[in-house]
Design a protein around this ligand. Structure first.
Ligand SMILES: [Zn+2]
Length: 92
């Protein structure tokens, strides 16, 4: 059986919380989360990368880190948290 990855996107749904980067403390906007998950999916499907390479700790190599590096090229890098950071749920 093939492994299946799933991406769920609910950009307008109020979840009652926001994601905040554990590293920077900045709020991670929905568009960053969506970008990160899509970039990660491309790295897995097109690049053949695993989520992370076996035996490595994050941040390392693999689809997650590849997506995080791409995310760093987006604007507002200093005021917004990275979706590829460790995230905490912060109630609104
Ligand atoms: Zn990731």
């Amino acid at each position: 059986m093939a492994k299946v990855s799933e991406i769920r996107i609910y950009p307008h749904r109020d979840l009652g919380f926001e994601y905040r980067s554990k590293e920077s403390g900045n709020v991670v906007p929905a568009y960053r989360l969506i970008f990160h998950e899509l970039a990660e999916a491309v790295a897995k499907v097109k690049g053949g990368m695993p989520y992370i390479h076996k035996g490595e700790q994050m941040p390392g190599t693999g689809a997650h880190n590849d997506a995080k590096q791409r995310e760093k090229r987006l604007p507002n890098i200093k005021s917004e948290g990275l979706a590829g950071d460790q995230l905490i749920r912060d109630p609104k």
